[in-house]
Design a protein around this ligand. Structure first.
Ligand code: HEC
Ligand code: HEC
Length: 148
């Protein structure tokens, strides 16, 4: 019985600690029922954004709600494939998307690049809950040049 009480006390203490941590990203305490925030709008301004580093998958500057990607259809490819871009004026998927893992070029999109949302995401018009401390490499280079 004594052991049970000790276990219970430890369990209670640990939930108290995690509740405090989680509450920093919530507007209220963990056991409190808070009114959820409104779902922010997806940015849909069609403006291509600067990439943070050359290998970054570009973010999607338009809405993708309802665009299906499954075994039978890939809605993204109806605008972004090589044969569709003159009509859609979308950026063609780059050559890496046609390469298989041995580096050979395929006629169609590689299965490795089929599920676009694995890598490409839309942005929402909202305040980031956690501060971003990312520094662009140009800033790093110019800072280190100043130090020398
Ligand atoms: C109706 C045509 C259409 C469809 C469908 C579409 N796109 Fe686009 N996409 C565009 C156009 C046009 C642009 C160029 C910027 C703009 O006008 O929004 C673009 C831009 C982008 C870019 C930015 C490219 C860059 O160089 O910065 C990405 C990434 C992208 N789309 C991914 C997707 C993904 C992923 C899907 C499917 C979930 C998708 N798109 C579906 C037309 C489309
Ligand atoms: C495994 C990750 C991955 C997947 C899946 C993927 N991409 Fe990309 N995509 C990238 C990366 C990384 C880049 C930038 C470097 C490059 O071109 O390979 C990119 C670049 C692009 C670009 C810009 C091309 C350019 O020349 O500027 C477009 C448009 C794009 N992807 C669309 C798509 C679409 C549409 C799909 C789905 C059919 C898709 N991607 C699937 C990682 C991915």
């Amino acid at each position: 019985m004594k052991n049970y009480i000790i276990v219970l006390i430890i369990a209670l203490l640990s939930t108290a600690v995690s509740a405090e941590k989680i509450s920093k990203l919530r507007d209220g305490e963990i056991l409190e029922n808070i009114k959820p925030q409104r779902i922010p709008m997806v940015i849909n301004n069609d403006k291509k954004l600067q990439r943070n580093y050359p290998m970054q998958p570009p973010i999607i500057p338009h809405k993708i709600r309802g665009y299906q990607i499954n075994k039978n259809v890939n809605k993204c490819m109806s605008c972004h494939s090589r044969t569709r871009v003159s009509e859609s004026q979308a950026t063609m998927i780059s050559v890496t998307h046609y390469m298989n893992r041995d580096g050979n070029f395929l006629a169609e999109i590689s299965p490795r690049r089929y599920f676009c949302n694995q890598c490409h995401v839309t942005q929402q018009d909202t305040k980031a809950p956690v501060k971003n401390t990312f520094v662009d490499m140009h800033t790093l280079i110019s800072n280190s040049a100043k130090e020398e």
